[in-house]
Design a protein around this ligand. Structure first.
Ligand code: PAF
Length: 279
């Protein structure tokens, strides 16, 4: 595997490749990321991964400085997956000057759910992803459904800018007890790790209520928030949305059997976890 940090060198290395499959990451790779690499391999060749902890998507009080950086271990994992190039730019490589041009997702998608609690997050994500796409020029790029809203925003961005990159969605990789794999799980204490699967169980309960025909979405969401709060959680949201645009379903949508997803973000101790489940 070639490890490349400069954009110029990356372009030289990938010149003429028409079927590149790309997986952008922020490193600290776990089995979930590796499943994205395998899916990428099924959709293209060569597989290119990136590791870049993108300052633009972290708020001032978020964990940019303490975000786990495990470069050597990541390299070994990617080598085993047969990744052809790892693009690992420094901040100077990717942002040689302040990134003044930004991608601003529409408010109705970028400022809800995660965007409400992490202002500017999707501006930072979309900007770096567009820039990484411009460097790698992939035909296909793989994103996990664990970051459901991110996936949708990137997909819409690719469509609206007519990018020549197909966005492929990968299912969420879960531990045996149901906890969605995330680099941030590493922040959990042993006791918190034992409690963490409750988040997914809460989503499953919400999904069951909806599948059983209940239509009082606000009450279902509130019950789920209350049951998390009654334990040690501080939920930001539990929200049932339409899969198509992440807006709340109207009574008419429910009558028309709109496809739904329930999304959540909640803090356990100092760690903020997100998860979702298609209903
Ligand atoms: O999902 C992530 O790891 C990041 O948001 C991404 C897509 C690599 C952009 O920094």
């Amino acid at each position: 595997m070639k490890i490349i940090s400069s954009i110029e060198e990356l372009r030289d290395q990938l010149r003429g490749q028409l079927r590149t499959a790309f997986v952008p990451t922020m490193g600290n790779l776990h089995e979930g990321h590796l499943s994205l690499m395998r899916l990428a391999r099924r959709h293209g060749d060569p597989v290119v991964a990136s590791i870049f902890v993108n300052r633009l998507q972290f708020g001032p009080n978020e964990d940019f400085d303490k975000y786990p950086r495990t470069f050597q271990a990541d390299v070994e994992k990617l080598e085993k997956e047969g990744v052809y190039v790892l693009f690992a730019p420094t901040e100077k490589d990717l942002y040689p000057e302040p990134q003044a041009y930004r991608v601003q997702p529409p408010n109705d998608l970028g400022d809800i759910l995660e965007g409400e609690f992490r202002p500017g997050f999707f501006n930072g994500v979309s900007t770096v992803v567009l820039k990484l796409f411009s460097c790698v020029q992939p035909r296909v790029a793989v994103f996990g459904k664990k970051d459901y809203q991110q996936l949708m925003i990137i997909r819409n961005m690719a469509k609206q800018f007519a990018l020549p990159t197909e966005i492929v969605a990968a299912e969420t990789w879960r531990a045996e007890d149901g906890l969605a794999l995330s680099s941030r799980n590493g922040y959990l204490s042993e006791a918190e790790r034992a409690e963490a699967p409750i988040l997914y169980q809460t989503l499953q309960q919400v999904a069951e209520q909806v599948r059983s025909g209940r239509q009082d979405m606000k009450a279902i969401e509130q019950q789920a928030m209350d049951s998390l709060s009654a334990r040690q959680w501080q939920p930001d949201y539990v929200s049932i949305r339409k899969r198509v645009n992440l807006q709340a379903p109207t009574a008419e949508d429910l009558d028309n059997k709109a496809e739904l997803v329930v999304l959540t973000a909640a803090k356990l101790g100092g760690t903020r976890l997100i998860d979702n489940l298609e209903i």
